[in-house]
Design a protein around this ligand. Structure first.
Ligand code: NDP
Length: 283
């Protein structure tokens, strides 16, 4: 593929998915661009599954600078990328595409690192040497585990609990050589406590609570829901009611993954706290 980035300043970016109308990414990237004085355009484009590959190829052939990829295309983007970062390879999913210096389509996965940056930078929560519980064994959990596998200072122990135990077991086995990780069903969590609990299920989307026993919450526990909404999610309300010291939603993860994509594309790192604040004021 021709690398237009070498012959001129790339200016066109987009997030592609289906559905996409609800996406906050155009606003986030326009705030980053304003903050870092970058001249670019960023739009949300509805791309159906049947047109994914042809759209991506045409976008970069016509000089596009980079794409964010969201549901349902992250696995297809991983398959299409000619090279992938180690964390994208581990996640087997790509949310950020660009052309590298050799003109190859390069895929990264910034979701997990976006969550970890939000925890560290915006909430001063470290997972180093902690007991970490992750609820859910889908794509989002896989992305977070891939980012944790990249860390120099890892949690002491990670438990992945899932409704369908076989999926948690398969995930744990994929990461067993990199992390101290075990799989669990929800009922086996009864006699354990955790310092950090991340809800990576989509239960909150349906206004449901994963069936996690309240006894999992250790003193000073931090609970994080990957989902975000104008009001605290059911999981975050539950966490507060059980005495969790911190209950954090996934808006910072969304902004954090966007910041890492922006840095990759533009070579300049935006700050996230002000952008998260702006989104909270104007949801
Ligand atoms: P997947 O569909 O890949 O996985 C969903 C997981 O949720 C599965 O493990 C499933 O369990 C579990 N689950 C669904 N409903 C329930 C329930 N009622 N009770 C218990 N477990 C349930 O989804 P993703 O991994 O892609 O996304 C998960 C969440 O993360 C979503 O809410 C998504 O919005 C959020 N997310 C947020 C991002 C951000 O930037 N803030 C980025 C990416 C994701 P089972 O296997 O048993 O079906």
């Amino acid at each position: 593929m021709v690398n237009h980035q070498e012959s001129g300043s790339p200016t066109r970016y987009a997030v592609i998915g289906s559905p996409i109308a609800h996406s906050k990414s155009p606003l986030i990237h326009s705030l980053f661009a304003e903050q870092t004085k970058q001249h670019l355009t960023y739009e949300a484009i509805e791309v159906l599954e049947a047109e994914f590959e042809s759209f991506v190829n045409a976008f970069f052939e016509s000089g596009g600078g980079g794409l964010n990829v969201t549901l349902p295309h992250k696995e297809r983007a991983f398959a299409l990328a000619e090279v992938t970062t180690p964390r994208a390879s581990l996640a087997r999913a790509v949310n950020t595409l660009s052309l590298n210096k050799a003109g190859q389509l390069e895929g990264d996965n910034t979701d997990g690192a976006g969550l970890l940056n939000d925890l560290y930078l915006n909430h001063r929560v470290s997972i180093e040497s902690k007991r970490l519980l992750i609820l859910g064994a889908g794509g989002a959990t896989r992305g977070v585990l891939a980012a944790i596998a990249d860390l120099a200072n890892k949690p002491a122990a990670i438990t992945v609990a899932n409704r369908t135990l076989a999926k948690a077991t398969a995930l744990a086995s994929d990461f067993a050589s990199r992390l101290a990780i075990t799989a669990s069903g929800y009922d086996a969590l009864d006699d354990q406590q955790f310092d950090v609990i991340i809800n990576g299920t989509s239960a909150s989307l349906g206004g449901e609570l994963p069936p996690v026993p309240p006894s999992v919450i250790a003193p000073d526990c931090c609970c994080y829901d990957m989902m975000y909404a104008a009001e605290p999610t059911l999981f975050l309300k539950w966490a507060k009611a059980q005495g969790a010291a911190q209950a954090i939603d996934g808006l910072g993860m969304l902004v954090g993954q966007a910041a890492l994509a922006f840095t990759r594309w533009r070579g300049i790192e935006p700050t996230t706290a002000d952008v998260i604040q702006a989104l909270r004021v104007h949801p």
